[in-house]
Design a binder for this molecule. Structure first.
Ligand code: ADP
Ligand code: MG
Length: 220
């Protein structure tokens, strides 16, 4: 399978980022303003407008939540920690969400203990983002595998059975606000890349056979 490195060089400079945030938040605000004006005129179909307005507010809320991390990332708290137990915690946390979508979350590892110097809270955020994306990509019941290999360097793969990422879109992953989802923020992979860069780790995307994608992290 072809492997493409998702480069953290795509992380925008502060100025570009501020411009795109303003843009992303402005759209739902403009739409909210329009609906408020409609409601002021006492038009029919109030419930429908209120539902759309709620969606728009939730979008702004989701963007703000993820921006908080970028604007004020929690101070690094690096320590020696067992990456296997970090992943066990995350699997436990995400399993109920996976089950609701008829998806099994399976952890495969070649060792039981593997200590690395890391910020456990930040790494948890990485795996939450990747597993959430895997769940969202899978339209059918199936399995998400988290595969840990310590043979040479430490590698961790998040393997799904979704439709995969079209080659033409691979370049765009990790760019702020790039999303193909109605309710996506397009910030998850950007935050993920930022955290991985702090850990001197690289993220690549590979195609899974016969179907799906593999998000692979190499710790250097
Ligand atoms: P969001 O999840 O809010 O869309 P992300 O930065 O997490 O933002 O992901 C950006 C885009 O990358 C997604 O909208 C989707 O198109 C694509 N993507 C990410 N993970 C997967 C995956 N496991 N399978 C298919 N596409 C994916
Ligand atoms: Mg996401």
């Amino acid at each position: 399978a072809q492997q493409m490195l998702i480069s953290s060089e795509k992380l925008s400079t502060a100025g570009q980022l501020a411009a795109s945030i303003a843009h992303e938040i402005r759209n739902p605000i403009t739409s909210l303003k329009g609906f408020l004006q409609l409601l002021e005129t006492g038009i029919e179909g109030k419930e429908e407008y209120l539902a759309i307005m709620k969606d728009e507010i939730e979008k702004i809320e989701a963007i703000s939540t993820e921006m908080l991390y970028i604007a004020k990332p929690s101070p690094n708290e690096f320590e020696q920690a067992n990456i296997i137990s970090i992943l066990e915690d995350i699997c436990m946390l995400m399993r109920s969400q996976a089950r609701m979508n008829d998806i099994d979350l399976v952890l495969e590892t070649d060792v039981e203990i593997h200590e690395i110097y890391c910020d456990p809270m930040q790494l948890k955020q990485v795996f939450i983002n990747l597993i959430k994306n895997a769940i969202e990509a899978m339209e059918n019941p199936g399995i998400i595998t988290i595969r840990i290999n310590t043979n040479e360097i430490l590698t961790i793969e998040v393997i799904d059975e979704g439709p995969g990422v079209p080659d033409s879109l691979k370049e765009k992953l990790g760019q702020p606000f790039f999303t193909t989802k109605d309710k996506g923020t397009g910030l998850g992979l950007m935050v993920t890349l930022d955290i991985l860069q702090n850990h001197h780790a690289e993220l690549s995307i590979l195609d899974r056979e016969p179907q799906g994608s593999i998000f692979k992290i190499d710790f250097k």
